[in-house]
Design a protein around this ligand. Structure first.
Ligand code: HEC
Ligand code: HEC
Ligand code: HEC
Ligand code: HEC
Ligand code: HEC
Ligand code: HEC
Length: 388
């Protein structure tokens, strides 16, 4: 799939470049490109010999055009490629300037290296963030690089195994990326990540030997956070008993972590199996805002999907009421208009789903309740609920 798309994009870029050339190219360049594309070496040698006097200027103007900042990578490489061919033939048939060719080759190499670095960065990012809630943190990219450190990876999934969301959100972290002004000084003062990474609850963020346990992007040690092999029975049991949570792998069906359709941990099943019991606060106090047991049935306005059952119990076990009420949802049945379109923008249910909780691409996990079957005791959010 990937190479096909890349090839397609490349062809588009070529077409774009060809159109662009038309607007600016000289008669000579036009003829040269035509011969080059059609592999007409006989015509090309005649053309190059005849235009000996203007060749260097033509090549230089191609280089200048190629290096204009607004040129895309493909446009630039395409122009440099033609310049390279011109310079090569100019040497071959006219005894032309060899330095010109060296200059072009150096530029091509440089551009190639730059592009490779860019796409490597992108691939790294995509691989890390493919796992729901694995966030790359690089707001202070330059300061980290100055200390020879990589950007940080924050893996939600590792933390969720021992802490409910309400431990961190929002006493320790506002639930929005980049909104917490996280800094190494604050961490070492015992705030932010340092609320736990203090050498007591978890490894100490102030110790030299631990820097790279968080500053991890691009390092081989980051792999277990991406393919979930960070999990092992023994490791999770040890961590859980240290932090005061519970991990009972013997309750796992088949001894394995339950996964969803996309291969990521199914946290609802994990709760059902009683294989774990994360903390709901760091100081072993009571659950901050408690748990609500009601279930709300969203009658669907779609013509083809099931209704949606929303369990307050599942949600208030993980998150505080105050995260949803009243800013995201008014706490009144039918008072909110819930639309799919908002979810992709991170609003409504999309505040968590598709970011840390399972993806909205998993339609049937939400649209799960056959319309003809209304369970007993649920509150009903009518499809005709008022718009506002
Ligand atoms: C150990 C602490 C911790 C726990 C537990 C935790 N989070 Fe987070 N969460 C963070 C941090 C750190 C950030 C990023 C903050 C930043 O970039 O400033 C974050 C950010 C988020 C965001 C923002 C995403 C965005 O795109 O802006 C969402 C949504 C979120 N968390 C949901 C959850 C949910 C749901 C849970 C429980 C299932 C949870 N978190 C548990 C620490 C935690
Ligand atoms: C509520 C407590 C808590 C907070 C807050 C917290 N962590 Fe953790 N973190 C843990 C625990 C517990 C582990 C499990 C590792 C262990 O202690 O052996 C862990 C593991 C990790 C790991 C796995 C790497 C490894 O070598 O084990 C990374 C990476 C990480 N945390 C980064 C962060 C970052 C970055 C922040 C702040 C944005 C943060 N954590 C905030 C408790 C916390
Ligand atoms: C528990 C995880 C964790 C550990 C361990 C950790 N850091 Fe960081 N560090 C962070 C986070 C999170 C940030 C902020 C990331 C961002 O800029 O988005 C950060 C930022 C930084 C920055 C740039 C911003 C600033 O505040 O100066 C430096 C430099 C830095 N860390 C150095 C270190 C050094 C040195 C160590 C080891 C002694 C270390 N870190 C260990 C999580 C960690
Ligand atoms: C996180 C839960 C969740 C997921 C996942 C989800 N939906 Fe929805 N969806 C809802 C809720 C709640 C409503 C509002 C009640 C209704 O009209 O069905 C809704 C409404 C809709 C509607 C009605 C009108 C509209 O556009 O809002 C359509 C159509 C729809 N969803 C399609 C989908 C499809 C297709 C997917 C998968 C790509 C999907 N949904 C995934 C929760 C979800
Ligand atoms: C994940 C978000 C979320 C969390 C967390 C949450 N709620 Fe709700 N709540 C909703 C939604 C969605 C509705 C339905 C709104 C509608 O029908 O328009 C609702 C409805 C309500 C209602 C009216 C229906 C009923 O159950 O009587 C009350 C009261 C309420 N919530 C209280 C709470 C309390 C108390 C907590 C914490 C213990 C809580 N909620 C946690 C999303 C949430
Ligand atoms: C504040 C964060 C948050 C918001 C907002 C939120 N959810 Fe969730 N939801 C979660 C978490 C966490 C889980 C546990 C599963 C997971 O993390 O993948 C969950 C689980 C669910 C499940 C259980 C799926 C199953 O397998 O049983 C459904 C259904 C669901 N959410 C629907 C919704 C709908 C519909 C809305 C909007 C009305 C919504 N959620 C809003 C965090 C959220």
């Amino acid at each position: 799939m990937r190479p096909v798309i890349a090839g397609f994009v490349f062809i588009l870029a070529l077409i774009g470049a060809a159109f662009h050339l038309k607007a600016e190219e000289s008669q000579f360049r036009k003829q040269f490109v035509e011969n080059y594309r059609t592999n007409n070496f006989y015509a090309q040698s005649n053309l190059v010999k005849k235009n000996k006097d203007i060749m260097a200027a033509e090549i230089n103007s191609l280089i200048t055009e190629a290096m204009l900042p607004e040129k895309s990578y493909q446009e630039r490489m395409n122009l440099l490629d033609i310049a390279n061919a011109m310079a090569t033939m100019n040497i071959h048939w006219n005894n032309g300037d060899e330095e010109l060719l060296k200059k072009i080759e150096a530029l091509q190499k440089e551009e190639l290296a730059k592009e490779k670095k860019k796409t490597e960065g992108l691939e790294k990012l995509q691989a890390v963030e493919k796992v729901p809630g694995n966030f790359i943190m690089a707001l202070h990219g330059e300061e980290m690089a100055a200390k020879g450190l990589s950007p940080v990876i924050y893996p939600h999934w590792v933390h969720r195994a021992f802490f409910r969301c309400k431990v961190c959100h929002e006493d320790i972290f506002i639930m929005k990326r980049g909104a917490n002004e996280i800094s190494q000084v604050k961490i070492q003062e015992g705030k932010q990540c340092g609320a736990c990474h203090n050498g007591k609850i978890s490894f100490n963020a102030g110790e030299e030997k631990n820097c790279e346990r968080c500053h991890l992007l691009g390092r081989p040690e980051s792999k277990p956070l991406m393919d979930l092999s960070y999990y092992s029975r023994d490791r999770f049991k040890e961590i859980a008993s240290r932090v005061g949570a519970e991990w009972n792998p013997e309750n796992l069906p088949g001894g394995k972590l339950p996964v969803d359709k996309l291969g990521f941990i199914n946290w609802v099943e994990l709760d059902k199996s009683k294989a774990f019991s994360p903390l709901h606060s760091l100081n072993a106090g009571p659950d901050p805002e408690g748990i609500r047991e009601t279930t709300i049935l969203f009658e669907t306005t779609s013509t083809f999907l099931n209704n949606v059952l929303f369990s307050h119990k599942t949600h208030s076990t993980w998150v505080k009421c105050s995260l949803c009420h009243p800013n995201v949802f008014k706490p009144e049945v039918g008072a909110n208009k819930v639309r799919m379109i908002e979810m992709k923008d991170g609003k409504g249910c999309g505040l968590c789903h598709g970011r840390v909780a399972f993806s909205y691409a998993d339609c049937l996990r939400c649209h799960n309740q056959p319309r003809e079957n209304i369970p007993q005791g649920v509150l009903i959010h009518r499809a005709s609920a008022p718009a506002q």
